[in-house]
Design a protein around this ligand. Structure first.
Ligand code: HEC
Length: 661
């Protein structure tokens, strides 16, 4: 089924050796990815040549696979070997996927290593078969993005030169004439579909255009192949010809296509801001999904210097602007397949959805109103509220039932809004419109909080058997991933308003929860969040404005570095680094805090509405950092800084006593 990666330019044998342990001869290059998409049993084969005395050194096959959704979905065979089914027992999964549940967990682009019995790989010609074992009602295939044989020392056997990346710009529409293209467009918008590729799948009311971007631009943007579009059309009950027509329509869309199906949308990484705004959604690519969170740290403190010496208060300076788009993290964001809703709200909720303002506001997203930043923010705000109004009353009722199907319906309703937000954002080119609103603080931004609202926790999806994929860890991965997307696309641009766009203290709590479930601390990613929390208020608005100004009592404070519950998170940094960061964070915080007159922290009228941080997070919020002076000292913070902190604490407490605060 796979569209060929262009005819190999030559059939010459390519000999490669030198650097690599074994000289390997490959008949032309192997096109990547190897896409296996279609019905159960669909298989793709790759032929490669291994010379004399190399084959018997091979001990394992390492693969990077996109859309590896569940154990047993993929099988691999080498020559006449048995079929090896890929499960968490049969393969070793690499980080970061392993910590989030491996195969069947939250992350579905995985690097896996399959041990091979001696003698599996022969000298000379070898064939590898990759097989799709069938759908779970969601997946219709997978892509092998890279593979390699490994010897006993885990050394690579196949040279990079053996492979060639496929170029989507070389793809052609399967049918070129306007009649078929226009038939494809009509099918995309209106063809009657069934839910999935399982036998006796029910009819659904949703069309391709309802779950995807209305005009299909997502498939173009992320470069879904003709083969995958055809397979997906068959999956939904259409014919091969209809699939070819839809693929032809998508291919002929006159739109840019910077993405790949496996590159997580908006994944942060260096160089993002230098790209045109229209490319932002393509993300920085899998190459910038770090294996280890420790690798995030150097990017926080600027290039050049390494280690603790590079750490300075500047990264955390509340009036500064750390660029979360450019700092790579070790959490893969969800790929486009995981943005898409599995059930459309019209099928989950029927007529009540159609009558709701949740549905109507989307249909009426008026271009005139979206012409200014304030108009855009206003629209999304209203639309977000309409979603809560629609879902909340239904939720209380549905959760009593607690079936996985219900979980799908509510979570999919969130995803539907996220996908449609992307659609409106792309169609109208909204990502650059925030600059006027944010005084240039952000060169690109989403003027909404819909990514955060996509967290399964936002519709009370439980962390348990009725949670996502029946797993607390998977639910928490998605909570964290959607919050992370929010931090990347809109962390507030110094325009905090109450707890919008993010409740930072609550968000910090999610890091702890994810770590509890995954066993994998991410101090680097958390420190980006801490910096953005510190930078959430307007530099020109002081504490007297409780909803928009600098309010250390309502934010994450530097005690996060020394609080007991957080020790396992930050111990991963190593002593010297942890000490330097603690000192820098406290310095940045105190410098800002003491800049305002003491009285401005005690505004009448605000005393009544005193803010209570979430339980369990009181030791990292509330602003009374001086109460932890002793712990700061133990953490190696300089005596001078401790004295400044204590002096501030004394003045604050004296005045607080006066106000009975
Ligand atoms: C009910 C919502 C819904 C409808 C309707 C729908 N899709 Fe999708 N689509 C999805 C979801 C969810 C996925 C992700 C599947 C996965 O995770 O493997 C997806 C994935 C895809 C993919 C990528 C699959 C891959 O190879 O990774 C293509 C292509 C696609 N859809 C095309 C279509 C076409 C064409 C139609 C209409 C015939 C359609 N979709 C209708 C929800 C929908």
């Amino acid at each position: 089924m796979r569209s060929p990666p262009g005819e190999p330019t030559s059939r010459l044998l390519l000999a490669v050796s030198a650097l690599f342990v074994f000289p390997v001869v490959v008949a032309a290059q192997i096109g990547l990815p190897i896409e296996v998409t279609g019905v159960a049993g669909t298989t793709e084969s790759v032929l490669l040549h291994i010379p004399q005395n190399a084959g018997n050194h091979v001990r394992a096959l390492r693969m990077q696979i996109h859309n590896l959704e569940y154990p047993g979905m993929v099988s691999v065979r080498i020559n006449e070997s048995r079929w090896f089914s890929l499960t968490n027992d049969s393969v070793t999964v690499a980080e970061p996927g392993r910590s989030y549940g491996g195969i069947g967990g939250g992350v579905t682009t995985l690097k896996v290593t399959l041990a091979l019995p001696a003698g599996t790989v022969a000298d000379g010609s070898n064939t590898i078969d990759f097989r799709f074992n069938g759908t779970n009602g969601v997946a219709s295939g997978f892509r092998v993005l890279a593979f390699d044989f490994l010897d006993a020392d885990s050394h690579s056997v196949l040279p990079a030169e053996a492979f060639a990346e496929e170029d989507p710009n070389a793809w052609e529409p399967p049918l070129r004439d306007p009649t078929n293209i226009s038939a494809g467009r009509s099918l995309w918008l209106a063809a009657s579909l069934v839910a999935n590729g399982l036998p006796k799948a029910p009819a659904i009311r949703a069309h391709c255009s309802d779950c995807h971007a209305e005009d299909g631009r997502d498939l173009k943007y992320f470069n879904l192949s003709n083969a995958s579009i055809i397979a997906r059309s068959l999956f939904h009950g259409l014919s091969e010809l209809q699939g070819r027509q839809i693929a032809s329509y998508i291919r002929s869309l006159p739109l840019a296509n910077p993405g790949r199906a496996w590159n997580p949308p908006y994944q942060p990484g260096p160089g993002q801001d230098a790209q045109p705004i229209a490319n932002w959604a393509a993300g920085a690519g899998l190459k910038w999904v770090l294996d280890s969170d420790a690798d995030t740290i150097p990017f926080l403190f600027g290039p050049g210097v390494h280690g603790a010496a590079a750490v300075s208060p500047a990264a955390f300076a509340p009036d500064g602007n750390l660029n979360a788009r450019e700092i790579p993290i070790a959490l893969p964001l969800p790929d486009w397949n995981h943005w898409l809703p599995r059930v459309h709200p019209v099928d989950a909720f029927g007529a009540s959805f159609e009558k709701s303002s949740f549905a109507h506001l989307y249909e009426a997203s008026d271009p005139a109103k979206l012409a200014t930043a304030a108009g855009i923010a206003g629209f999304f705000d209203k639309w977000s509220k309409s979603r809560s109004q629609f879902l909340t009353p239904r939720l209380a009722h549905a959760l009593k039932k607690g079936s996985a199907e219900r979980t799908d319906a509510f979570y999919s309703a969130e995803l539907w809004q996220l996908v449609k937000t992307w659609e409106i954002t792309q169609e109208r080119g909204l990502e650059g419109s925030g600059q006027e609103f944010y005084g240039g603080a952000e060169s690109r931004i989403w003027l909404n909080t819909i990514p955060a609202a996509t967290a399964p926790a936002a519709v009370n999806i439980p962390n348990g058997p009725n949670g996502m994929g029946g797993s607390a860890l998977t639910s928490e991965y998605f909570n964290s991933a959607w919050y992370e997307l929010q931090v990347v696309v809109n962390s507030g641009g110094h325009r905090r308003h109450g707890k919008l766009p993010l409740d930072w203290v609550y968000l910090a709590g999610r890091f702890l929860e994810l770590q509890r479930l995954s066993g994998r601390p991410e101090p680097g990613r958390l420190l980006i969040t801490v910096a953005k929390a510190m930078q959430s208020s307007d530099p020109n608005i002081g504490p007297e404005n409780a909803s928009e100004g600098w309010r250390p009592d309502r934010n994450i404070d530097p005690r996060i570095m020394i609080a007991k519950d957080w020790a396992p998170m930050f111990s991963a940094l190593g002593g010297e680094m942890k000490q330097a960061i603690t000192e820098s964070l406290l310095t940045a915080w105190l410098d800002k805090t003491v800049r305002y007159r003491l009285e401005s922290y005690f505004q009448l009228g605000q005393l009544a509405s005193s803010y209570t941080p979430p339980p369990g997070l009181r030791d990292i919020s509330g602003g009374r950092a001086w109460e932890a002076a002793e712990q700061f000292q133990t953490a190696g913070v300089s005596v001078q800084l401790i004295h400044r902190l204590q002096a501030w604490g004394r003045s604050y407490s004296d005045l607080a006593g006066l106000y009975h605060y």
